[in-house]
Design a protein around this ligand. Structure first.
Ligand code: ZN
Length: 281
């Protein structure tokens, strides 16, 4: 019987994933995600409601438009399936709790950005601005790891706890995440003789958003893991094929994947590290 809630959240994931697809395709083009109704990009024919069932329709239609038989991008079923997996993993991690809602929202915002950056090299501001707002809102009700600031303030006998600590933790996370990215981006820009922008402002906005959800420690972990993951992948590709030397890697995609990992499993990893290193006593 334990499988039933997983099936439920996965079904919700498929439906939400279907909407995330609309966001991924339309937001980089600055189009509305509400109107017009979905239509075939080739023949413009509106998609019938029974051809719009997540995952199932793609299989039934054999991956082709019912009207003009043009291939439908496998991106659509992939994003739907990924959203279902994301929600199932989040449920496995938190059960039905406020934390589940928060991490599911963060994961879905990140899924949109992972794909817009991968496909179009864009990190749309409507997503990140909405995310920053929601992250701050959640921090009034749901704990954010604020240990660095709490530790710092204890030096002056100021004991921060409860919602004031969570909210300041979210703001500190945004400041550190976005600020670090902004500083590094500017430094590279000047060191590189103002030739090339290494980090876009979209990456800064992405990290502001991640910071409000995760707080300082997990935001730093996101930057560390995202950079490591991106560098290793870029290195492997460059060694395999020289033409990847100047390939514009989607940094936001790596950061997004790292942030999803950190949001679900980062706390455990951090505690393990703190205990091992002897910082937590
Ligand atoms: Zn068509």
């Amino acid at each position: 019987m334990f499988i039933i809630p997983y099936m439920m959240v996965s079904a919700f994931g498929l439906v939400f994933g279907s909407f995330l697809n609309v966001c991924i395709v339309r937001l980089p083009r600055k189009e509305s995600v509400i109107t017009p109704r979905s239509h075939c990009p080739q023949c413009q024919h509106p998609i019938r409601w029974y051809d719009n069932v997540p995952l199932v329709s793609y299989v039934v239609l054999g991956g082709r438009c019912r009207d003009c038989h043009t291939r439908i991008s496998p991106l659509y079923p992939a994003v739907e399936a990924l959203t279902a997996v994301l929600l199932a993993l989040t449920f496995h991690r938190c059960g039905f709790s406020p934390e589940f809602v928060k991490l599911a929202v963060l994961g879905m915002l990140l899924l949109v950005l992972i794909f817009t950056d991968l496909l179009e090299r864009r990190i749309p501001h409507p997503v990140t601005i909405l995310g920053i707002g929601l992250g701050l809102l959640f921090s009034f009700f749901i704990p954010v790891d604020n240990r660095p600031l709490e530790w710092l303030l204890r030096r002056w006998d100021w004991f921060l706890e409860g919602p004031p600590s969570w909210v300041t933790g979210a703001m500190a996370g945004a400041l550190i995440g976005g600020g670090l990215f902004y500083a590094v981006g500017e430094a590279f820009y000047y060191l590189g003789g103002k030739q090339k922008e290494y980090l876009g402002f979209g990456d800064v906005m992405l990290m502001l958003m991640v910071g409000t959800f995760l707080g300082v420690p997990l935001t730093l972990m996101t930057i560390l893991l995202g950079s490591l993951f991106g560098t290793l992948l870029a290195l492997a590709f460059t060694i395999a094929k020289a033409r990847f030397r100047d390939y514009p890697w989607p940094y936001g995609t790596f950061l997004g994947v790292a942030a999803i990992y950190a949001s679900l499993y980062g706390a455990r990893l951090l505690d393990m590290y703190l205990r091992w290193s002897g910082f937590a006593r």
